[in-house]
Design a protein around this ligand. Structure first.
Ligand code: NAD
Length: 502
C-alpha cells in the first residue's frame, strides 16, 4: 500500500478550492430564495482528508422546515398542472448544466466526502444520468383506458403526483442520492423539501442552485440543510400537508422514520443498508472476479450500500482468489482525493474509522488473518488501510454488519446450496454479486437468493435505467428505471358508466 503526501503535485490548487467553495450557497433554499436560519444557527462542514473546516452553512430549525413545507405546499397545485414537456425540459437542462460543471461537482464531492476525483467524476456522470433518464420518463407516464370485463362500463386509470415530499439523503453519494429522488419527483410533478446529510451538504446546495438555473419554479425544490435531522423530520412528518417521505440511509433511522410516517399513513420509499455477498464459484474467471471484487469493495472506499461486504469463495479456488485479491488491495494508493495518484480516500470521520477498526479487531480476535492491511493510517484525516481478512469464522460480526470501509472478509463454501444458504443468512437484501461461467447456475442462484439486485460477473451494477432497491431490511421501493417515477405518483381510477346506456 502506498500513501500519497500533500507534497505530491495536485492538479487542484488551494485557490481553485477556495473559488469553488465560495460559489456554493450557504443559506437555506425556501420558496426560491436563499435565507439564513430563523434562529441564526449554523454548522460547519469538514474535509475528511484534513479535518479542516470547508464551509459554514445555515442550520435549518424546525420553523424553517415548516416554512419550506409551506412553500412546497403552495407550489404543489400549479406545479402538478405544468405540462410534462416543460418539466422534462427543466430536467434536461439540469442534466446539461450538471454535466457541463462536472469538474466543480466532482471536486466539491471530493472535498466534503473524500472520494478520489476520478470516482467523483464517475458519480457526476451517474448522478446526472437520473436527470436525463427522468426527463425522458416525464412524458411517458402512461395510464390506461379499458372496457370493463362485463363489456359496459369503462375504466380509466391515471397517475397523479403524490404531493409534497420530504427527501432525506445520506453523506456517501452526495450528488447521486439527491438526483435519484429529485429527478423522479420533478418528473411526476411533486414539490419537495430536501434535507441533505450534515456531513456532505455542499453538493446538494450547488445542485439546488443548478436546478433553479435550469428553470425550476420557486417553491418546487426547497433545501433545508441542518445540524439537527430530527428537528426537520419531526414537525414535517406530523404535518398533514406532507404526503411522502423518501429516505436513503441506515436501516435503524429508516425504521424510526417509517414508524413516524405511519401516524399520517405517508407513502414511504426506503433505501436502507446492505450486506452484499460476493460469490465466486470454482468455474469463474478468477482474474475477472478479482477485478469485480475490487470495484464492488473499493468504490467509495467501501462506503456504499452496494459494497461487497462478504466474499464467499468456493473452497477449491479460495486460496488463489484470496492471494490475487490481497495483492491487488495491497497495491492501492491511499491519500487525499485531490491527489492524482490517489485510489483510496479517507473515511468520512473518526467515528466511522473507529467502527471499521473495531470490526477488524474483533474478526482477528475470533481467528481471522489480516492478509493485507488491518489498521488505521496515522496522520491528519481518517484513513484506513485497504484490508483483506482470510479465514473469517462464520458468525463473526464483520459478516453480519455493514463494514462501510475498505475491508474485505473472505470465507469459503463447499456447494452451490451452501452459497445460497450463506448469502441469505442476513437481514439485508440489497445488492449481490455472482461470478461463474455457467449462466444456468447464475440464474438458478439468482432465483434463490433474497436480494433486490444481482450482478452476473459484474462488480458495479448501479444504472439510472435500472430499478435500484432492496428486499428484507434493505428497504421498500425502487429508484431509477421505469419504476422510479411510480414512487412519486398515486393511481386514480375513474369508473365511467356505459356510454351506450340511455
Ligand atoms: P444515516 O441513517 O445516519 O443518515 C441518513 C440521513 O438521515 C442523513 O441525512 C441524516 O442526517 C438523516 N437522519 C439521521 N437521523 C435522523 C432522524 N432521527 N430523523 C430524520 N433524519 C435522520 O445514514 P448515513 O450514515 O448518512 O448513510 C449511510 C447509510 O446509508 C448506510 O447504512 C448505507 O447502506 C445507506 N445507504 C443506502 C443506500 C441505498 O440506496 N439503499 C444508498 C446509500 C447509502
Amino acid at each position: 500500500m502506498t500513501v500519497t503526501s500533500a507534497a505530491m503535485t495536485s492538479s487542484v490548487t488551494p485557490q481553485h478550492e477556495a473559488a469553488l467553495l465560495a460559489s456554493v450557497p450557504t443559506g437555506l433554499l425556501i420558496n426560491g430564495e436563499w435565507r439564513e436560519a430563523s434562529d441564526g444557527g449554523t454548522f460547519d462542514v469538514y474535509d475528511p482528508a484534513t479535518g479542516k473546516v470547508l464551509a459554514t452553512l445555515a442550520s435549518a430549525a424546525s420553523e424553517d422546515a415548516v416554512a419550506a413545507l409551506d412553500a412546497a405546499d403552495a407550489a404543489q397545485a400549479s406545479w402538478a398542472r405544468t405540462a410534462p414537456r416543460v418539466r422534462a425540459e427543466i430536467l434536461r437542462r439540469a442534466f446539461d448544466l450538471v454535466t457541463a460543471r462536472t469538474e466543480d461537482f466532482a471536486l466539491l464531492m471530493t472535498l466534503e466526502m473524500g472520494k478520489p476525483l476520478a470516482e467523483a467524476r464517475g458519480e457526476v456522470a451517474y448522478g446526472a444520468e437520473f436527470l436525463r433518464w427522468f426527463s425522458e420518463e416525464t412524458v411517458r407516464d402512461y395510464g390506461r383506458y379499458l372496457t370493463s370485463p362485463e363489456g359496459k362500463n369503462k375504466i380509466l386509470v391515471q397517475h397523479k403526483p403524490v404531493g409534497p415530499c420530504l427527501l432525506i439523503t445520506p453523506w456517501n453519494f452526495p450528488l447521486a442520492m439527491a438526483t435519484r429522488k429529485v429527478a423522479p419527483a420533478v418528473a411526476a410533478g411533486c414539490t419537495m423539501v430536501l434535507k441533505p446529510a450534515k456531513l456532505t451538504p455542499l453538493t446538494s446546495q450547488l445542485f439546488a442552485k443548478t436546478m433553479m438555473e435550469a428553470g425550476l419554479p420557486a417553491g418546487v425544490l426547497n433545501v433545508v440543510s441542518s445540524a439537527s435531522a430530527s428537528g426537520i423530520s419531526g414537525p414535517l412528518l406530523k404535518d398533514s400537508r406532507l404526503r411522502k417521505v423518501s429516505f436513503t440511509g441506515s436501516t435503524p433511522v429508516g425504521k424510526r422514520l417509517m414508524a413516524d410516517a405511519a401516524q399520517n399513513v405517508l407513502r414511504t420509499s426506503m433505501e436502507l443498508g446492505g450486506n452484499a455477498p460476493f460469490i465466486v464459484f470454482e468455474d469463474a474467471d478468477l482474474d475477472k472476479a478479482v477485478e469485480g471484487a475490487m470495484a464492488a469493495k473499493m468504490r467509495n472506499m467501501g462506503e456504499a450500500c452496494t459494497a461487497a461486504n462478504r466474499f464467499l469463495v468456493q473452497e477449491s479456488v479460495a486460496q488463489e482468489f484470496t492471494r490475487k485479491f490481497a495483492t491487488a488491495m495491497a497495491a492501492l494508493t491511499t491519500g487525499r482525493g485531490t491527489e492524482p495518484a490517489t485510489q483510496v480516500g479517507p473515511l468520512i470521520d473518526g467515528g466511522a474509522r473507529d467502527d471499521v477498526h473495531a470490526l477488524v479487531t474483533a474478526a482477528v480476535d475470533a481467528g481471522a488473518t489480516a492478509l493485507t492491511g488491518g489498521a488505521p493510517i496515522d496522520g491528519p484525516g481518517y484513513f484506513y488501510q485497504p484490508t483483506v481478512l482470510g479465514n473469517v469464522p462464520n458468525g463473526a460480526a464483520i459478516l453480519d454488519q455493514e463494514i462501510f470501509g475498505p475491508v474485505a472478509p473472505v470465507t469459503t463454501f463447499a456447494t452451490e446450496a451452501d452459497a445460497v444458504r450463506l448469502a441469505n443468512t442476513s437481514e439485508y437484501g440489497l445488492a449481490s454479486y455472482l461470478y461463474s461461467r455457467d449462466f444456468n447456475k447464475l440464474l438458478r442462484v439468482a432465483e434463490q437468493i433474497e436480494f433486490g439486485m444481482v450482478g452476473f460477473n459484474a462488480g458495479v451494477i448501479s444504472n439510472a435505467a435500472a430499478p435500484f432497491g432492496g428486499v428484507k431490511q434493505s428497504g421498500l421501493g425502487r429508484e431509477g428505471g421505469t419504476e422510479g417515477i411510480a414512487e412519486y405518483t398515486t393511481t386514480q381510477y375513474i369508473g365511467i358508466a356505459d356510454p351506450y346506456a340511455s
